[in-house]
Design a protein around this ligand. Structure first.
Ligand code: FAD
Length: 394
């Protein structure tokens, strides 16, 4: 299915490169990496290095910092293409592309010079965001007036951080992190959180467990553990206590990127359903010639197209907010795309009959992957509640 909204030859060339990268570097490796029982071993630095070679890893950096300066719409198309090959690869790149975009805008000039050239030059350079804690997830999405449990005490020249984050994508792989910490005690997180720039290897910061996930296994998620970790004042992003403003101001396209990743999985499932429907003969003719199946394949197409349009609109308006950005676009495209993907996953299984339940058909990996975004980047119900807060504020 052709991407819509391709407006120029640069975009077309980029997407062609990404499609070739997926075909040559991701598809041949994905099934074996996914099947590795050790969650850390699902990750492939070879894939990351190849993505670096063809310019994918750094494409959201502006040319000044060695990237292509892709806008949010083009980036979402790239993330979807990657998701057609493998969800985990799409997610590790989406996180990195998104955070690089945020860093360019949110870091001060000194921080940018300190971080961006090194990140651009490192073929394995990955980025991560640490917000979620065992006790705080929907709490910060909505947000509820509770504090984060990861706290920082002011000391001379910086802050002493204690606590832990969990479920963090690229958590054990990143070279730089944006970390959200409660710096003012006794007040809600929305008012008392600071965003810090954190480097890998800083004393007092260690990686905990790497989570063993049911799907999205080519991406790693991990705990971040802080024991008297000193972070200097120079690493505060924006102003102390202003962390939630950093989130609100610089993350508008985050939800649409998550949506694009899972939309790629929906496309892969749809293609598998079509291929099988052409191949499998029942009632004397291929399944695709039976009306019920034909209608279902078209309904899948409709869900994919509608989700993609929503994502593209959100991305375009995130970059052109003066044209009518609406805050619900920052939370709903992922809910829509993940629900569509989940429905398509069950229909794809159904069209395959018992064959889809056999691992060799390759449908079960996609079903496990499709489930990932019912919760990642905010549980859908929580996102609906957040959208309701935007819609019915008064
Ligand atoms: C694969 C994966 C990758 C992730 N990557 C990152 C990352 O890179 N960085 C990061 O910071 N976090 C990350 N997360 C965390 C993710 O954002 C949270 O898992 C998600 O927000 C859900 O949190 P939770 O699991 O604690 O669910 P909870 O918040 O505990 O929610 C549990 C259930 O309660 C419901 N609920 C909550 N509040 C209400 C309410 N008021 N009314 C009705 N129902 C309610 C929810 O909708 C949900 O159904 C990741 C998670 C996953 C699974």
């Amino acid at each position: 299915m052709e991407q819509i909204f391709i407006v120029n030859e640069d975009q077309r060339a980029i997407l062609k490169t990404v499609a070739r990268f997926v075909k040559e570097e991701v598809t041949p490796r994905a099934a074996a990496l996914d099947a590795n029982p050790d969650p850390e071993q699902g990750y492939s630095f070879e894939i990351v290095e190849k993505a670096h070679e063809v310019g994918i890893r750094t494409m959201t950096l502006s040319e000044e910092w060695g990237g292509l300066g892709t806008d949010s719409l083009t980036t979402a198309m790239v993330i979807e293409e990657l998701g057609k090959g493998d969800l985990g690869v799409s997610v590790i790149m989406a996180q990195t592309l998104k955070i690089a975009q945020i860093m360019q805008k949110a870091l001060n000039p000194e921080q940018r010079v300190r971080v961006l050239p090194g990140f651009a030059a490192d073929p394995r350079g990955m980025l991560a965001i640490g917000i979620t804690e065992p006790d705080n997830a929907s709490n910060y999405f909505l947000p509820y007036p509770t504090p984060f449990r990861t706290t920082a005490e002011k000391t001379k020249g910086g802050w002493i951080v204690n606590g832990m984050k969990h479920f963090i994508s690229n958590g054990n792989r990143a070279s730089y992190y944006l970390l959200f910490v409660q710096t003012e005690k006794g007040i809600p997180m929305a008012a008392g959180t600071t965003c810090f720039l954190l480097e890998r290897g800083r004393p007092g910061f260690t990686i905990g467990r790497v989570h063993d996930k049911m799907g999205e296994r080519l991406a790693n998620n991990a705990e971040l553990v802080f024991q008297d970790c000193f972070i200097p004042d120079e690493n505060v992003v924006g102003k102390a206590g202003n962390g939630f403003n950093v989130m609100a101001e610089f993350f508008p396209q985050s939800n649409a990127y998550a949506a694009a990743s899972v939309l790629g999985v929906a496309c892969a499932l749809h293609q598998k359903a079509i291929d099988w429907a052409k191949l499998r003969i029942q009632g004397g003719k291929p399944l695709i010639e039976h009306d019920g199946i034909r209608a279902q394949l078209v309904e899948m197409r409709m869900l994919i197209d509608a989700s993609r349009s929503y994502i593209h609109r959100a991305c375009w308006l995130a970059d052109h907010q003066e044209q009518g950005w609406d805050k619900t676009l920052g939370v709903l495209p992922k809910a829509m795309a993940s629900q569509a993907a989940w429905k398509i996953a069950t229909w794809c299984l159904e069209i395959h009959g018992g064959h889809g339940y056999m691992k060799e058909a390759g449908v079960e990996k996609l079903v496990r992957d499709a489930a990932a975004f019912l919760h990642s980047d905010g549980v859908n119900r929580t996102l609906f509640l957040k959208a309701a807060n935007f819609m019915f504020k008064d």
